[in-house]
Ligand binder design. Structure first.
Ligand code: ADP
Length: 260
């Protein structure tokens, strides 16, 4: 029964995705068909004055449709990871200024970085993208202001929504906000590609699903805990690098604390 429920939920997600894309694609095709239709009428009447304009409109619509399918293909194709030992604390600290500007004046930023954090084994560039995306989601959940907290730690064991556990240890980044939170229904769909509760043009619904894919590809985990009215915590667990200074027995103390 659980498998059936899972399948049904998956079909619903695919259905939503397909409906959204079909809608956009249809609009673009309507542009192509409409322009060609007008062009045909003019040709029959041997009035060629506007012909070029109709052709331009048809080409522009077809090009937008082609760009949409290109984006879909790029989304389906997994970017290969450039995996290296990454100092998560240093990455977070390096983003502090950018995040400050992005969050605006009504959101305070708190960093709680574990000074003895080992290196993570992951792609630094995609990690940066993930952090910025998570912070933007947090900002969008706090329209009246609040606090964004970025915390790093080591997690021995991850207990997931799949009701199993994954043995670590992992290098963990928690991105927490004091925003409006998610209902259980929204939470259950949050990782679905193209699922968004944001107004048209403001959300793509791809952020969390891409970060989820990134976490899986890194052999890590992405988990969300959220309560309506009190906020959301997104936890990214990444494998520890065998080349960590900590693992090599060096003292990593205070290595990557942000300068204040
Ligand atoms: P997008 O941000 O473009 O909508 P995402 O995949 O990043 O796409 O997020 C999907 C949905 O999950 C959002 O539309 C929102 O409803 C919900 N969500 C994500 N992060 C948060 C958060 N920090 N607080 C509340 N809701 C969130």
């Amino acid at each position: 029964a659980r498998e059936a429920l899972f399948q049904a939920q998956k079909m619903e997600a695919v259905g939503q995705l397909t409906a959204g894309i079909a809608h956009d694609f249809n609009n673009m095709l309507a542009g192509v068909i409409g322009s060609l239709d007008l062009l045909r009428t003019r040709i029959k009447a041997q009035r060629y004055g506007d012909a070029e304009r109709y052709i331009e409109t048809a080409i522009a619509s077809a090009e937008r449709a082609a760009a949409l399918t290109a984006r879909l293909l790029a989304f389906g194709r997994r970017q290969p990871l450039d995996v290296k030992p990454v100092d998560l604390n240093a990455v977070v600290a390096s983003l502090q200024e950018l995040l400050g500007r992005t969050m605006g004046e009504r959101i305070g930023i708190v960093l709680a970085l574990d000074p003895a954090l080992p290196y993570a084994e992951t792609d630094a560039h995609q990690l940066e993208n993930a952090i910025v995306n998570l912070a933007i989601n947090a900002r969008d959940a706090m329209p009246d202001g609040g606090t964004l907290t970025l915390a790093t730690s080591v997690t021995a064991k991850v207990t997931g929504s799949w009701r199993g556990t994954a043995d670590g240890p992992f290098v963990t980044l928690d991105v927490s906000d004091t925003g409006h939170g998610m209902t259980p229904e929204i939470l259950s769909k949050a990782f679905d590609p193209f699922f968004t509760t944001k107004p048209l043009g403001q959300g793509t619904g791809l952020g969390l699903s891409m970060i989820y894919g990134f976490a899986k590809q890194s052999r890590g985990h992405l988990l969300i805990a959220s309560d309506v009215g009190s906020g959301t915590k997104v936890s990214l667990h990444l494998p520890i690098s065998p080349c960590s200074p900590a693992a090599a027995g060096e003292t990593p103390a205070r290595r990557a604390l942000p300068h204040r």
